[in-house]
Design a protein around this ligand. Structure first.
Ligand code: GDP
Ligand code: MG
Length: 298
């Protein structure tokens, strides 16, 4: 087989909640990036890999571009900006709208300064009528020159093949970066910790989630048995939060644990014995040391 392959890096940018993680999971056909209806769910730059006979696309999921409020926020903005310059294609995800706002203008201004081709992806088209999409395209087109514009539905699945075609158009010829079975470079522990955090985000009240992190203390497979023993700590910022996370008689923690266990078992394809702890670490989001400690600095 002498035909030439293409390969390269693609990043997804866009306001929080537009569906970046959902789209990435959809494209690679597996749940790697956690999703939720809350903004700033994604903290890490994570890579997933799409391989086909044409070559390989490595996706880099960036935290949303937004104004920093604390050290963790600053770190997230820096990761996003640096990534834009290093990749081969930028996918800018937006929601269907004909009112292009200041937030979109802010992102457009940043993207105009780089040389990377920008593909506008209008997501969530399952929520609008087909004949409205043209109007949205016209509205967004005024912001900047796009290499291409592709409407999709990351949730329901629509137009993924077209999007993949468009991406390959802008990738250089070159060797594969990963072997063809690889779907992510995320360590297993990191995915497990993100799955637990996802369940906590979904089940807890509004004020807590941005202040939680999950560390995996123990994760090992029993010898000769398809059972994993996992112990993890949910770290929060206040004593009052600790009470809410644990819940009456431990009910909330139990709920988080069993929802997480279900997904971890599916991912590992094995039984999981999951034990969760809750600890208070005041202001961990303002501490460089603790941010590193939770693995948010990579
Ligand atoms: P991110 O912050 O950009 O990574 O957004 P997420 O991928 O976490 O998605 C945010 C929310 O939008 C979740 O509740 C998703 O289920 C929802 N969502 C994502 N894509 C679509 C879509 O194509 N259609 C609809 N209706 N909802 C979507
Ligand atoms: Mg996300």
């Amino acid at each position: 087989m002498s035909e030439q392959k293409k390969s390269g890096f693609v990043t997804l940018v866009g306001r929080p909640n537009v569906g970046k993680s959902t789209l990435m999971n959809r494209l690679i056909g597996q749940k790697i990036a956690i999703t939720s209806h809350r903004p700033q769910t994604t903290r890490n730059k994570i890579q997933t890999v799409y391989t086909c006979d044409r070559g390989q696309i490595v996706f880099v999921d960036t935290p949303g571009i937004h104004k920093a409020k604390n050290k963790l926020g600053e770190y997230m903005v820096n990761v996003a900006e640096k990534t834009l310059k290093e990749v081969d294609v930028v996918l800018w995800l937006v929601e269907p709208s004909d009112r292009v706002g200041a937030g979109d203008q802010h992102i457009a201004n940043q993207l105009k300064n780089i040389n990377t081709p920008v593909v506008l992806v209008i997501n969530k088209i399952d929520m609008v009528k087909k004949d409205q999409v043209f109007g949205f395209i016209e509205a967004y087109r005024k912001l900047m020159d796009f290499a291409d514009i592709v409407p999709v539905s990351a949730l329901k699945g629509s137009n993924e093949a077209e999007l993949i075609d468009v991406i390959f158009k802008y990738l250089p010829y070159g060797p594969m970066f990963y072997d063809e079975d690889t779907v992510t470079d995320q360590p297993m522990r990191q995915i497990v910790s993100e799955l637990i955090r996802e369940k906590a985000l979904k089940l807890l009240d509004e004020e807590i989630p941005h202040g939680i992190a999950v560390s995996i203390d123990i994760m090992k497979e029993r010898p000769n048995q398809p059972i994993w023993d996992i112990e993890a700590t949910i770290v929060c910022e206040r004593d009052s939060h600790k009470g809410i996370i644990i819940g009456k008689g431990g009910a909330m923690l139990k709920k988080i644990g069993s929802a997480a266990r279900y997904e971890i078992e599916r991912m590992l394809d094995a039984k999981v014995n999951l034990r969760l702890w809750v600890k208070v670490k005041k202001d961990w989001r303002d501490s460089d040391f603790l941010i590193k400690n939770f693995g948010y600095d990579k």
